[in-house]
Design a protein around this ligand. Structure first.
Ligand SMILES: Cc1cn([C@H]2C[C@H](O)[C@@H](COP(=O)(O)OP(=O)(O)O[C@H]3O[C@H](C)C(=O)[C@H](O)[C@H]3O)O2)c(=O)[nH]c1=O
Length: 182
């Protein structure tokens, strides 16, 4: 089992291409390896692993992040269906501040995305019943949760499908302009 790490233009963000073993019984693949991912993890440890299923194609979740002291790195893999996954750099000191990157993650492409601390994450389901596994390097803390609106015209994120099924919470997230004022 191998994991090919590719750096993105957004500092400390990566795409990881994972091999999988397929035979007449089906498929086997490794989702996470502390040794292989040590160059990305450094001294971080995985604290929580989450699962989400998105029932309806076109649904968008995000753009979420956790502030210090519970800022987190997330390793995200699609294990069923397909999603258009977006990371947004919200680090004012970063050369790619307010830039975003999109990557298709699917059951078939065995691809994982790494969202560094200070970056927000969101995705759109490209198929019904799409499922994600998240590895988080910080505990969930509602008190330090933040986010920006997925349809902020300043970001101009070109979601592949009409944005659908936003949660009430996500529909009320600030634009980047409002977020900067805070
Ligand atoms: C993330 C999280 C949430 N929750 C609770 C909070 C809510 O009562 C419920 C659903 O949470 P939320 O509406 O934030 O779920 P999503 O909209 O899918 O958000 C997630 O998806 C976006 C795209 C992400 O990147 C985040 O990891 C995560 O925020 O689970 C927990 O109890 N523990 C957790 O770790």
């Amino acid at each position: 089992m191998t994991m090919q790490l590719t750096s993105l233009d957004i500092p400390d963000a990566f795409v990881i291409k994972q091999t999988s073993f397929a035979d007449e019984r089906g498929q086997f693949s490794r989702l996470f390896c502390q040794k292989t991912l040590a160059p990305i993890l450094a001294k971080r440890e995985v604290k929580q692993v989450n699962f989400s299923r998105t029932t309806t194609k076109g649904t968008v979740r995000g753009l979420h992040y956790q502030r210090f002291p519970d800022a987190e790195m997330k390793f995200i893999r699609c294990v069923k269906g397909a999603v258009w996954d977006v990371l947004l750099d919200l680090r004012p000191e970063s050369p790619t501040f307010l830039q975003w990157h999109a990557e298709e993650l699917s059951q078939e492409n065995n691809t994982m995305i790494v969202i560094p601390e200070g970056c927000a994450h969101g995705f759109q389901a490209l198929e019904a019943e799409s499922e994600l596994i998240y590895f988080h390097t910080a505990f969930y803390s509602a008190e330090v949760e933040g986010g920006v609106h997925v349809q902020d015209p300043e970001l101009a994120i070109d979601w592949p499908l009409p944005v659908d099924n936003l949660s009430v919470r996500d529909s009320l997230l600030p634009t980047v302009e409002e977020w900067l004022k805070d």
